[in-house]
Design a protein around this ligand. Structure first.
Ligand code: RET
Length: 241
C-alpha cells in the first residue's frame, strides 16, 4: 500500500485524527516523565515505574502509526489497536503482580491475569474483524470478551489481587483500590467504543444513532487508563511504605 496523502495534514473537524495526534503527544510526554523519574525512585519501586513508562511508550509508538493510518485510509486501525493492547494490557497485569509481590503474590496469579486479558482482547478482535463483514459475530465475541473482563475485575476487587494488596500494607491497598476503579470504570469505556463500532445490524443498532466514534472513545479510554494507571503507580512509589 502506498500512502500518497500528505499525512501532516489533519482536516479541521477530523476529531478522530486529532485525538490520535494528541494521544500520541500525551503518551510520549508521559513516557519521558516516567522514564526520567525511574532514577529518582526508591529501589523497591523502580521496576513498577519503569513498566508505567513502557506502557505509555508502547502506546505512543502505536499512536504514531495509527494516526497516519487513519488519516491515509479513513479507516480504523484495528490491527495496530489490538497489537498495542495485547502488549500494554498484560503489562498492566504485571503492575498488579509487582505491587502485590511483597505480600507473596505467586507467578500463577500473574498468568491468570495475563490469560484473562489475552482472552478478552483476542475475542474482542475477532468480534471487530468479523464485524467488518456483517457484524454477525460481534455479540458472541463481545460477550466472551466481557466475561474475561469481569474475571479481571473480580480478581482485583475481590479475588487474590485484592487480598494480597490488603496484606501488603495501607499504601498498596489504597493504590490497588484506585487501580480497581480504573479497571471497573476506566476500562468500561472500551466496550462502549466496541458497541459504537459494531452496531450496524446488531440488536444494539440504535447505538449507532448516538453518533459516537469508536476510535475517539478508544483514544479517550487509552489516555485515561494508561496515563492514569501509571500515575497511581508513580504515586505509590512516592509513599512511605
Ligand atoms: C491500554 C489499553 C487498555 C487498558 C485496553 C483495555 C481494553 C478493554 C478492557 C477491552 C474490553 C472489551 C470488552 C470488555 C468487550 C468488547 C470488546 C473489548 C475488547 C473492547
Amino acid at each position: 500500500m502506498t500512502i500518497l496523502l500528505d499525512i501532516t495534514q489533519i482536516n479541521p473537524g477530523d476529531y478522530r485524527a486529532f485525538t490520535f495526534f494528541i494521544g500520541c503527544m500525551a503518551m510520549m510526554a508521559a513516557s519521558v516523565f516516567f522514564f526520567f523519574e525511574v532514577g529518582n525512585t526508591e529501589k523497591a519501586w523502580k521496576t513498577s515505574v519503569l513498566v508505567s513508562g513502557l506502557i505509555t511508550f508502547i502506546a505512543a509508538v502505536h499512536y504514531y502509526y495509527m494516526r497516519d493510518y487513519t488519516i491515509a485510509t479513513g479507516q480504523s486501525p484495528t490491527f495496530f489497536r489490538y497489537v498495542d493492547w495485547l502488549l500494554t494490557v498484560p503489562l498492566m497485569c504485571v503492575e498488579f503482580y509487582l505491587i502485590t509481590k511483597k505480600a507473596g503474590a505467586k507467578i500463577g496469579l500473574l498468568w491468570n491475569l495475563i490469560l484473562a486479558s489475552v482472552v478478552m482482547l483476542v475475542t474482542g478482535y475477532w468480534g471487530e474483524v468479523a464485524a467488518g463483514a456483517d457484524n454477525s459475530n460481534a455479540t458472541l465475541w463481545g460477550t466472551v470478551s466481557a466475561i474475561a473482563y469481569f474475571y479481571i475485575v473480580y480478581l482485583v476487587w475481590m479475588g487474590d489481587v485484592k487480598k494480597l494488596a490488603a496484606s501488603a500494607g495501607p499504601a498498596v491497598a489504597k493504590a490497588n483500590s484506585l487501580l480497581g476503579w480504573f479497571v471497573l470504570v476506566g476500562w468500561a469505556i472500551y466496550p462502549v467504543g466496541y458497541l459504537a463500532g459494531t452496531a450496524a445490524g446488531q440488536w444494539y443498532a440504535g447505538f449507532a444513532n448516538l453518533g459516537l466514534d469508536m476510535d475517539i472513545i478508544y483514544n479517550i479510554g487509552d489516555a485515561v487508563n494508561k496515563i492514569g494507571f501509571g500515575l497511581v503507580i508513580y504515586n505509590l512509589s512516592r509513599s512511605s511504605n
